[in-house]
Write a new protein. Structure first.
Length: 224
């Protein structure tokens, strides 16, 4: 594997965007009202189902939210007795999580060079992968595989009808949002395998209202 430390890194523009205080404040308010609040509740339910499926019908005792942002589901998880570890590369996002949820375990960490050494609880990574190319996704998944044995990952593989309507708009010259690459089930499995994971299941978060597909992962056993 290459030693180039820039491989797998989120672009500097993207990293700086999510460290900007104005962006952090907008992100904090993102799911506070209207359709997004309703959408968020449905994503939470899908995430809970995925966690239970990954843990044999039970919810885990703890979660590593990485990158955590301001802690999208922290209040709901803690209300159920689940300990949430916030990990993020941006101090501003960790500060936002602290403002929203009080002091807890907050770790300044880069997902590509994680400090957990396989000791972290089940990882939850819902929104990062949509911003990354294939090499970066594999690098991020590898970082998570160095951190924990189980994970629920949000992928945006282009299976949703929104992708098709977006392509039509692009063809007509309306390019408000960039097109996402379309990934097959096999391509997702290959990316996971390249990073040291086995795919346990793939679950659409919401067939009609979300592009997110939840990937349930278990770390591939290593030969001793």
């Amino acid at each position: 594997m290459t030693n180039d430390r820039e491989v797998g890194k989120v672009s500097r523009e993207w990293e700086s965007h999510y460290g900007d205080e104005d962006t952090v404040r907008r992100y904090e308010a993102r799911y506070a009202r209207g359709r997004k609040k309703w959408n968020n509740r449905l994503i939470l339910r899908a995430t809970m189902r995925a966690l239970r499926e990954l843990h044999g019908g039970e919810l885990p005792h703890a979660i590593l939210d990485f990158p955590s942002g301001p802690g999208r589901f922290t209040a709901e998880f803690r209300a159920l007795g689940i300990d949430v570890i916030h990990a993020d590369v941006q101090p501003a996002m960790l500060a936002a999580a602290r403002r929203a949820h009080g002091r807890g375990t907050e770790i300044l960490a880069n997902i590509y060079e994680p400090p957990f050494n396989g000791q972290a609880p089940t990882a939850l990574c819902l929104r990062l992968m949509q911003h990354l190319d294939r090499a970066s996704r594999i690098a991020a998944l590898a970082g998570l595989a160095q951190s924990t044995d189980l994970a629920v990952i949000g992928y945006y593989p282009g299976w949703h009808f929104k992708t098709h309507t977006r392509r039509i708009r692009h063809s007509l010259g309306f390019k408000k949002r960039p097109l996402r690459e379309r990934l097959t089930t096999q391509q997702i499995q290959d990316e996971a395998a390249a990073a040291g994971w086995q795919v346990r299941a793939m679950r659409r978060a919401m067939p009609l209202f979300s592009e997110c597909v939840l990937i349930l992962l278990e770390r591939t056993p290593t030969l001793s």
